[in-house]
Structure formats: C-alpha cells, structure tokens
Design a protein around this ligand. Structure first.
Ligand code: ZN
Length: 192
C-alpha cells in the first residue's frame, strides 16, 4: 500500500513539474531529465496543454540548451537580472558547489520544484526579463562549475555579483554603479 502511495505521489509530482516546465518553455531534454518522463509522454502532455487549454503562445524548444556564460554580462540589465537570480538560487539552497551525490528520483523532482519557485519569483520581480528558463538553468550549472563565471560581493552594498572569472572584476553592482555619481579625477569639492 505504502509503495503504491509513494508511486502515486511521485507520478503526480512528475506530471505537475512537467506541466510547470512546459509553461516556462523548458527544453524537452530538461523536462526529460528532471521528471524522468519519456519523450513520447512529454510530447502528449505538451500537445494537450497547448491544444486543450488554449496556450498557443507557449513554444516548444528542441535544440541545444544555452551554453554561453558571456550572455550574463551582455548588458547592465542582464547583469542585474543574473545577480538577482543568483541570489534567489543561493537563498533557496539550489546552488551546490561541491556537486554532491547523485539525487534520487524524488530529490530530483523536489529540486525541479524549488528551481521553478526560484524562477517564478525572479519573473515576478522583473517586468520584462531577458533571462529565459533555460538561461536560468545554465546560470545555475555555470555557477556550480565556476569555470567561466563565479560569484563575488559588491564593494558598495555587499550584494551578490555574477562576474567573469578571468576578466577584470567590476567593483560594484549595477545598482550601486547607477546610483553613484561618476568619479571625476582632478576635480575636488572646492572646484565646484
Ligand atoms: Zn551594490
């Protein structure tokens, strides 16, 4: 009986998570690895979600996931978004730098739910976010590996910064940079 209950709960969690991922336009590959559902099952879920529920604006992405970490440095607003999202991932305990042991099926589902929670919070805080769900996954993976990007603290306010590991690091976050007057060398207070 217990086994049946557990299996039912897991199947329910699997389907709920898959639908949540479809809504976020996650790639089939991501949905498959996070939920353990087959491609066929995902295709059917996607079809019924889009066709039956009238969500025709949801797109299905089949190609490769984003791999460019430089994307997160592209402009000030993406840098601000990346810092905010990284903070949420840290707060929700999703960023594990040691890699840890391979999660079981249920842990994997819980991870997926928490990640969706982080991304949905991120969406609610940004009016027109440029970081897609798959970019958010890439941000997490890259911050875990720390090959190209890593975290640092802003010297102005102490908030988290996402920086390129081998490039010159910015001293302050985008918020501090935009709220501080630019330095004007050679001009003292007495000159004004
Ligand atoms: Zn700052």
């Amino acid at each position: 009986m217990r086994i049946t209950d557990d299996r039912y709960t897991r199947d329910r969690l699997r389907l709920d998570l898959a639908l949540r991922l479809i809504r976020h336009e996650a790639r089939t590959r991501t949905i498959r690895s996070w939920t353990g559902l087959t491609d066929d099952r995902i295709r059917k879920l996607y079809r019924s979600y889009v066709a039956d529920a009238g969500h025709r604006d949801v797109r299905r992405h089949r190609g490769k996931s984003p791999r460019q970490s430089a994307f997160f440095m592209r402009n000030a607003s993406i840098r601000r978004e990346a810092a905010g999202l990284a903070t949420l991932l840290c707060v929700l305990g999703l960023l594990k730098r040691d890699g840890g042991t391979l999660p079981g099926a249920l842990e994997q589902l819980r991870f997926g739910e928490n990640f969706c929670e982080a991304y949905e919070t991120f969406l609610s805080l940004n009016e027109r976010p440029q970081i897609s769900f798959e970019h958010a996954c890439h941000l997490l993976r890259s911050l875990e590996k720390q090959n190209e990007i890593c975290l640092d603290d802003c010297e102005g306010c102490g908030s988290l910064l996402v920086i390129m590991r081998y490039a010159e690091r910015p001293k302050v976050c985008e918020f501090c940079a935009s709220s501080r007057p630019p330095a004007r060398p050679g001009l003292s207070v007495g000159d004004c």
